[in-house]
Design a protein around this ligand. Structure first.
Ligand SMILES: Nc1nc2c(ncn2[C@@H]2O[C@H](COP(=O)(O)OP(=O)(O)OP(=O)(O)O)[C@@H](O)[C@H]2O)c(=O)[nH]1
Ligand SMILES: [Mg+2]
Length: 367
């Protein structure tokens, strides 16, 4: 099997030379290494480039202009590798916390599984050199992610993982929403939801000896919140689920519309047409917000409410209204009903269908 080890680096000058040399000692003869460096100020990239002639066609570097986070680095590496026919991709830190000695075992397992996870949280695995507090935070974070996502993988947060190319294809990398440290959780959760076969093997994880961790309290808190966004984004919801939510939202909008109309026209005696327009805009805005935050939340988890999408939604509602009136006219001119509201019901359904299609495919499409 052709393997590519993808190694993201940011300020790993103290580790990278020894790390690459050690890694080459533990990977098969045909395996290659790609370092993804985000223009590390400490000159990590230059050290890698110095080593390239010693490993012709086996050591590569992807130089990126600025620090863009772990997720962007790995996604760039996978894209780079997809065009070059590797069967297996390895994710690994450059700071010796992930011991290259485990790679042969991982390679053996990947012939039978789609995903192999280096796990600190199963029998035989663990961490070395961590304080009790750090250990508790890490274990707590993993347990929290497992519980929120309902996912049985024991080490969701770890970054020492091997992926079969087919597993990465099943995940649909273009759908990944994480930018930072929740990336590893999202990748594993998506592979679980996609039905990939997953094997955890125990690893001992020593603390880094040289260089600084890029983890901070802020990054950790962000990852905790992101777990919910991942859950919303990945849990599969059918178009029918979305349509039912969209219809309920429309129903609520109608109630709002009628309530305001009743107060303004029947109680305050304001003129009908301007009130009707205002009712339409208020109910439309309510529908826009609820559809964004609920009906299509899976696509919109990382998008903000915006004037542009609001205006598009109001436009789609007007389109729905136009379709409603056209269908009403057509039905009335071709059929005779005991009650005309049946024709109006057909119009409402047609208008709603058009509004739903435009909302799903254009306005709330996400990325
Ligand atoms: N290209 C790139 N690499 C990064 C970035 N952030 C971190 N890395 C690298 O990703 C790997 C993991 O980062 P670490 O700082 O070791 O994070 P950690 O393993 O969670 O924390 P420690 O255990 O304290 O080391 C290391 O090889 C880093 O150099 C980034 O923004 N871009
Ligand atoms: Mg590390």
């Amino acid at each position: 099997m052709n393997m590519l080890a993808a190694i993201p680096t940011y300020n790993e000058a103290l580790n990278i030379d020894a790390f690459i040399k050690t890694l080459f000692e533990h990977i098969p003869q045909n395996a290659e290494i790609l370092v993804i460096d985000d223009n590390s100020p400490d000159g990590t990239a230059a050290l890698v480039e110095k080593l390239i002639p010693s490993y012709p066609a086996r050591l590569h570097i992807l130089n990126r202009p600025e620090k863009q986070g772990l997720a962007a680095a790995y996604l760039a590496a996978f894209n780079w590798g997809f065009n070059r026919d590797y069967d297996v991709f390895l994710e690994m830190d450059a700071d010796f916390s992930h011991k290259p000695e485990y790679i042969p075992k991982m390679l053996k397992e990947i012939s039978a599984y789609d995903v192999v996870i280096g796990s600190r949280n199963i029998k035989g695995g663990g961490v070395e050199g961590w304080s009790v507090i750090r250990n508790m935070i890490s274990k707590g974070g993993s347990l929290y992610s497992r519980m929120v996502l309902g996912c049985p993988i024991k080490d969701l947060t770890g970054g020492f993982n091997m992926w079969h190319k087919t597993a990465l294809e099943k995940i649909c990398l273009q759908n990944i929403i994480s930018r930072g440290y929740s990336f590893q959780v999202e990748m594993k959760y998506r592979s679980f939801c996609a039905g990939c076969s997953i094997k955890e093997i125990p690893i001992i994880f020593p603390d880094r000896k040289y260089g600084k961790s890029k983890m901070s309290k802020g990054i950790f808190m962000e990852a905790l919140i992101n777990i919910w966004k991942i859950k919303k984004a990945v849990g599969r919801e059918s178009g029918i689920d979305q349509f039912v939510k969209f219809a309920i939202t429309g129903g609520l909008g109608t109630v709002t519309n009628l309530a305001i109309f009743f107060v303004c026209v029947d109680k305050l005696s304001l003129s009908e047409i301007p009130v009707s327009i205002i009712c339409f805009l208020i109910a439309g805005t309510q529908n826009y917000i609820i559809n964004h935050k609920w009906s299509f939340v899976q696509n919109m988890a990382y998008k903000k409410l915006s004037i542009k999408t609001w205006a598009m939604f109001i436009g789609a509602s007007l389109l729905g209204l136009a379709v409603n009136i056209i269908v009403l006219k057509i039905v009335l001119s071709h059929f005779i009903f005991p009650f005309k509201f049946i024709a109006q019901g057909c119009g409402i359904l047609a208008g709603m269908a058009i509004n739903f299609i435009v909302s799903k495919l254009v306005i709330f499409r996400g990325k």
